[in-house]
Design a protein. Structure first.
Length: 404
């Protein structure tokens, strides 16, 4: 009797230990998934929040592996809804919106009362947008904004962000202003001011843009976003003639190693400030040094582009074309290459027209037709209405009887 009792106690103890061990295994598996996800998120936020650093990708992948194991081997555990939500977030962060959407739907269908359900509804809307279902995403976010007090703030902000990403700036502006009216102290308020500043910049409302950028404090938003705000604020100040204020921002950025990767671009702005002051030679020296220092890089391309604009302003079209061609040759793609190629083509046509007009007698050029073409270029491609008026006056004064 005594041996049977002892045997029974051992069996019971082993059973308890097995159950405890099983629980520990699936908890440890989920713990590792969560740990890797948190580490990846820390890197993502440190990098600015929107771009996934290369070092974070393996951590998201490891989190996916561990969370998938929880679902495969421990489908009855208490961490199933946690694992599903974690998988959705990992897929979302790594840009696999189809899989992310599938996981958020799985959570909402199977665990509608989960503590993650409300957040899953919000991120599901984001996945719908990036998955190409913009209208459905907006409708979902509007519903969340109206019916889910815990996520109204995020939903209202995201409505503005999605409109901004689609370049629907009027709608985005309205959404961000609405967001700030309801949540002026939100942690997202500075990002909303950034977007509103960018929108006003796009519409060339430099005074309004500056007021939004001025409300952003360092530390309120990721440092890359903060740099963007300060760069645009500097350009606003240049447009507004507040050159000392513009220089002050550049001085601060050039002393802070946090922004070292942007120092070349800040130096470009210093050149812009000198050019705006009328110090053409000093601006030229700054841009030439940058062009030399940042060969085959976008910063160097922008320096050549600015030199092209400077020579164009001076009427030195041959040098302007040379600089635009140099700018285009520095990079294989991107905005600066596209702009430089367009400017080079315009200058080429301009030089050809000038040559026709100057050599009209030997070439048999129709001067009136050439002058009209030149005037049209001034208006449509060069944004120089005064030069166009001069060309038209030249025609009227010198060829009053011409049928054109």
């Amino acid at each position: 009797m005594r041996s049977k009792s002892k045997y029974g106690k051992i069996v019971l103890l082993l059973s308890v230990l097995f159950l405890v061990a099983s629980g520990c295994v699936y908890y440890n598996t989920f713990f590792l998934a969560k740990k890797n996800y948190n580490r990846a998120e820390k890197l993502r936020k440190k990098a600015g929040g929107e771009t996934i650093p290369a070092a974070a990708k393996p951590m998201y992948d490891k989190a996916i592996e561990k969370a998938t194991k929880v679902l495969a081997y421990y489908p009855e555990s208490d961490y199933v809804d946690d694992a599903i939500f974690l998988l959705g977030m990992c897929y979302l962060r790594t840009g696999d919106y189809t899989k992310a959407l599938r996981k958020f739907n799985e959570l909402l269908n199977n665990f509608p009362e989960s503590e993650f359900a409300a957040e899953a509804r919000y991120w599901r809307s984001v996945c719908l947008y990036y998955g190409g279902k913009e209208d459905e995403a907006v409708d979902s976010l509007k519903t969340i904004a109206d019916e889910d007090p815990d996520h109204t703030e995020d939903a209202k902000f995201m409505l503005g962000e999605l409109a901004f990403q689609q370049e629907e700036y009027i709608e985005a502006k309205s959404a961000f202003l609405d967001f700030l009216e309801f949540f002026p102290e939100s942690k997202l308020a500075s990002k909303a001011h950034l977007r509103l500043g960018q929108i006003e910049w796009f519409f060339k409302e430099y005074e309004k843009a500056a007021k939004h950028f001025e409300k952003i404090e360092e530390g309120d938003i990721p440092y890359e976003d903060y740099y963007t705000s300060q760069s645009l604020l500097t350009q606003c100040y240049i447009k507004l003639g507040r050159l000392d204020d513009a220089q002050s921002i550049c001085d601060v950025l050039l002393k802070d190693q946090t922004y070292m990767s942007h120092w070349g671009d800040v130096e470009l702005l210093v050149g812009d400030i000198e050019y705006a002051r009328g110090n053409t030679e000093k601006a030229r020296e700054i841009w030439e040094k940058i062009a030399e220092k940042y060969q085959r890089k976008e910063t160097g391309a922008w320096a050549y582009f600015r030199l092209g604009e400077m020579y164009f302003d001076q009427g030195n079209y041959e040098m302007a074309k040379e600089m635009f061609d140099a700018a285009a040759s520095q990079v294989s793609s991107g905005e600066v290459r596209e702009l430089a190629l367009k400017r080079s083509a315009v200058v080429s046509r301009l030089l050809a027209l000038y040559s026709k007009i100057e050599n009209a007698d030997s070439l048999g050029t129709d001067i009136v037709s050439a002058e009209l073409t030149l005037a049209e270029m001034y208006i449509t491609e060069l944004d120089e209405p005064d030069s166009a008026i001069s060309a038209y006056n030249y025609i009227l004064q010198n060829f009053p009887d011409d049928s054109l």
